[in-house]
Every structure is written in structure tokens, then in C-alpha cells.
Design a protein around this ligand. Structure first.
Ligand code: BTN
Length: 318
């Protein structure tokens, strides 16, 4: 009921009477009033006038299904949204849902994560009300060996979405960290369940630091879009901008899971290319110049002795 009342308020620029809403929704005026109270409790500023009715004046920066679903209608991804105010990790939740048979494109999203997971077993700082903590359940019919490329596709789409929504100079640090002014604003953790020749599901977990005003001391290389852009951004708009791009690129990827079609876009935003990078792979550590990204998403580097090496994403930190 609350979502339906919200939809009516959004449609109407001027006031809409309680009577009109109750008739159009086929419920009592008391039910409309109750829904209005609930929305106000969630942070929606709704003006009410005994003569004219109700008017939505301001909406909170939330990522609830009531906000997201209307923005995502017409897409394939995000048609099922599982929203949690607090969850341990959206990746963990998404894996559990995928095991229970959740459909391709299910979007698991939380306002806060109590045990957000980063790559290489690290924690991911995920406070309430500030970021985007989301995981998409995907079931591409491709060989498991091509799954890591998907992370690069997603990184590119989020980089472009951030550029569009904020105007900030977001760049990609290979393979998929998104960096603004040298500091990280977004990370991606892809997890997969597969057999030798077949993927059961992929969980694509994306974390974006959107409106954080500060970070814990132990994260000196993290920043947020708000800290860099000196203003808050609407999280729902960023999710929409990402899904709009990712939906298209994912469609291509399912047919040809190489980066061929997006490589020039990826290279245009990748700050790793041409740089001397430190590669830590297993017990080995060396510096080399980043030369090229292959259509499989690997990095070709040239070592100080002139030897070319192929670095696999997911295996190293650069
Ligand atoms: C990284 O270390 O760069 C990857 C961070 C990925 C964080 C996101 S937040 C949503 C999803 N759920 C998690 O627990 N992790 C990912």
C-alpha cells in the first residue's frame, strides 16, 4: 500500500486529495493516511493540507524497492529486488538465494552490511545510509573460465555510471578498482559456483562509497564520491545508470564472453596502462611496465629485463 501511495504522490506535481487516492487504490482514506505516516517515518517530506490533500516535497536518499523498482522497469536485471536494511553481506545473502533457486538478474541490496567482504579475504567498510552495497545473481551459459571477465565489464560500467552521474574523473585501476583522485571509491567481489563445464551462478558484488563524510584511519586509500565532489549524490540514480549500461554489455558478454566489444572503452579509463606497477603473485613480487590488456582481461607487462609476462586478474594485486 505504502509503495502504491508513493507512486501516486510521485506522479502528481501538485496536491492530491486523500479521497482521490483512496478511490484510485480502492482502499479507505484511513489506509491512505496510515501509508502517508509510514512514508514520513522513512524520511519522505509530505506536506498535508486539509483542503488540498497531500504533496511530496522531498524524498530521502534511499535505495528501497519503492524507489528503485520504478526506475528499473523495462530492464531485465533488477526485476526482483531483495532489500535489507542490515545484512551481513549482500554476497552471502545472494549466494544463499541463488542456492534456493533465485532467478537470473535478482538484485540483492542493503542499506548497511555488518560483515561486508572485500577481495583477498579483507573486510569491506559498509556503514548505513551512505553507500551502495549490492550483489547481482547472474547465470550466463558460458564456460567457468570466462567468469573473471565479467568483473571487468562491471567495473567499466560502474566507472562510466559514476562519470555520468557525478561528473567526477573516475578511472579504473586494473582489474576493477574504481579510483577518483588516486583513491578508491568502488570495489567488486565476484563469487561463483560452477562445475567443470558449467556455471551454476555468479554473484557480482559491488560496493560504492557514495556519501561517506569520513573513513576509519585504517583505510587511508579510500574515499567517497561526496568527499571528492563536495556534494551528496542520489544512490538510486547511480544504480540505475550502472544497470542501464551493464544490461547492454552483459547481453553481448553472454554471446561472446571476451572483452572485444568494450576493450577500447575500458582502455580509455584504465590508469594502469603505461605505468610501472608492482605485482605480487603468490610468493613472487616484481615491478614491470603495464603494456596492454588482452581480450580475456589479462594484463601484459614488461619486466625490467625486457621479458613480457601475462598477469591474470584475480591472481595479483597491482
Ligand atoms: C574489493 O575488495 O575491492 C571488493 C569489495 C566488494 C564489496 C561489495 S559490497 C556488496 C558486496 N557484498 C559484499 O560483502 N562485498 C561486496
Amino acid at each position: 500500500m505504502k509503495d502504491k501511495v508513493l507512486a501516486l504522490l510521485k506522479k502528481q506535481e501538485a496536491y492530491i486529495s486523500g479521497e482521490e487516492m483512496s478511490q484510485s487504490l480502492g482502499v479507505t482514506r484511513a489506509a491512505v493516511w496510515k501509508a502517508i505516516k509510514k512514508l514520513q517515518g522513512e524520511g519522505y517530506i509530505i506536506e498535508s493540507s486539509t483542503k488540498k490533500g497531500y504533496k511530496l516535497v522531498e524524498k530521502p536518499n534511499v535505495i528501497t524497492p519503492a524507489e528503485l523498482a520504478p526506475m528499473l522497469c523495462g530492464y531485465t536485471l533488477g526485476q526482483v529486488i531483495k532489500y535489507y536494511e542490515v545484512v551481513d553481506s549482500t554476497n552471502e545473502k545472494a549466494k544463499a538465494l541463488a542456492r534456493e533457486g533465485a532467478s537470473e538478474g535478482t538484485l540483492v541490496i542493503a542499506d548497511q552490511q555488518s560483515a561486508g567482504k572485500g577481495r583477498l579475504g579483507r573486510n569491506w567498510n559498509s556503514p548505513a545510509g551512505t553507500g551502495i552495497w549490492m550483489s547481482l545473481i547472474l547465470k550466463p551459459e558460458i564456460l567457468p573460465q570466462y567468469a573473471s571477465q565479467l568483473t571487468l565489464v562491471a567495473g567499466l560500467c560502474m566507472c562510466e555510471a559514476i562519470r555520468e552521474v557525478t561528473g567526477l574523473d573516475a578511472t579504473i585501476k586494473w582489474p576493477n578498482d574504481i579510483v577518483v583522485n588516486g583513491k578508491k571509491v568502488c570495489g567488486i567481489l565476484t563469487e561463483m559456483s560452477a562445475e567443470m563445464e558449467r556455471i551454476n551462478y555468479i554473484v557480482l558484488g559491488i560496493g560504492v562509497n557514495v556519501n561517506h563524510k569520513a573513513f576509519p584511519e585504517e583505510l587511508p586509500f579510500a574515499t567517497s564520491l561526496a568527499l571528492e565532489g563536495k556534494q551528496d549524490y542520489e544512490r538510486a540514480s547511480l544504480i540505475k545508470a550502472f544497470l542501464e549500461r551493464f544490461e547492454k554489455d552483459y547481453k553481448h558478454y553472454k554471446v561472446d564472453p571476451h572483452l572485444t566489444a568494450i576493450l577500447s572503452r575500458y582502455e580509455a579509463h584504465c590508469i594502469t596502462l603505461g605505468k610501472t606497477v608492482k605485482i605480487i603473485s603468490g610468493n613472487e613480487s616484481f615491478t614491470a611496465e603495464a603494456k596492454e590488456i588482452t581480450i580475456d582481461g589479462n594484463l601484459i607487462v614488461k619486466t625490467e629485463t625486457g621479458e613480457e609476462k601475462l598477469i591474470h586478474s584475480g591472481e595479483v594485486s597491482v
